[in-house]
Design a protein around this ligand. Structure first.
Ligand code: DHB
Ligand code: FE
Length: 282
């Protein structure tokens, strides 16, 4: 059976792609953010996952407001990033893993999660940036399975539902008849609000408590409703649901406790509080 080796939560912001493109990683504004990643890259170089299952939210590139699945899973040979209108060059395509995609889809539907299956799927900054941050030299040594969770248009899935879905994805990975090593990735957050009266809203105390809960009490955030989470973290801070799915995947079966490999938390990048957390199953 496949091995689930750990998980990584990371922020995503289009401007990160712009900073990489312009080579600004050592600039004072960007350095504390980019300095978080070398220990995670070292862990990836040491553990060498074959596949990354990426929980992320699409922001209108593949799914627009007219058709918005709550949960969608990619089942494509390749996932192409495309112009999102930020004036930043597109990132390289991601290689798919059809076998694991269909195993996850079959498992989720069997467990009564009625997912949308996507045999063609563009991936936006939320899915493509983590790969570039983890493997900056490109030519990614992993295949991916994108799992998209709607945090863009209400109604959104509850934290409890996302946790259950993440756990089912973990069960799928662990029951995959393969000798491959798999890691789960969460792309989103942490607290931020890009528009409206509270634009610029950040909640450091909550973010740190949430990151800590992923180590000590993974289900902690499921006590909150979506509206409570929006209140606490901002309209886009709700992207923390990705982190919850990632952590839930790691709770499955033997080897379900985790140790922290590395974390980073830095404010502000754009209007966001950025987070990074790598966990290894033990
Ligand atoms: C920003 C943050 C996001 O989560 C996102 O998806 C797009 C933009 C921002 O802060 O600019
Ligand atoms: Fe986002």
């Amino acid at each position: 059976m496949a091995k689930l080796i750990g998980g990584i939560g990371t922020s995503h912001i289009p401007a990160i792609g712009g900073a990489i493109h312009k080579g600004l990683q050592q600039e004072p504004y960007w350095k504390p953010f980019f300095d978080g990643y070398p220990p995670v890259r070292e862990w990836l170089a040491k553990t060498k996952p074959d596949v990354l299952v990426v929980f992320y939210n699409d922001h209108g590139l593949n799914f627009f407001l007219d058709k918005m699945p709550t949960f969608a899973v990619g089942a494509a040979q390749q996932y192409v990033n495309s112009d999102e209108g930020w004036g930043i060059p597109s990132l390289e395509p991601l290689r798919g893993d059809l076998d694991l995609s269909w195993h996850i889809i079959n498992t989720l539907v069997e467990k009564e999660f009625d997912v949308v299956t996507c045999q063609e799927m563009l991936v936006d900054h939320a899915c493509s940036l983590p790969l570039k941050l983890f493997y900056p030299e490109g030519n990614y040594p992993v295949t991916v399975v994108p799992v998209c969770i709607n945090t863009v248009q209400f109604p959104l899935p509850s934290a409890k539902r996302v946790y259950a879905m993440g756990k089912a994805v973990g069960e799928a990975i662990k029951s995959w008849d393969s000798s491959k090593k798999v890691a789960v990735v969460a792309s989103g957050g942490l607290s931020h609000q890009l528009d409206g009266e509270r634009a610029g809203f950040i909640n450091k105390a909550f973010d740190l408590q949430f990151m800590d809960s992923l180590l000590t009490n993974p289900e902690w955030a499921t006590q909150f409703s979506v509206l409570e989470l929006v209140e606490k973290t901002g309209t886009q801070g709700i992207e923390l649901l990705m982190w919850l799915a990632m952590r839930a995947a790691l709770t499955v079966g033997d080897g379900s406790s985790v140790r922290k490999v590395h974390s980073n938390y830095y404010i502000p990048i754009s209007n966001t509080a950025t987070g990074l957390l790598a966990l290894e199953t033990v």
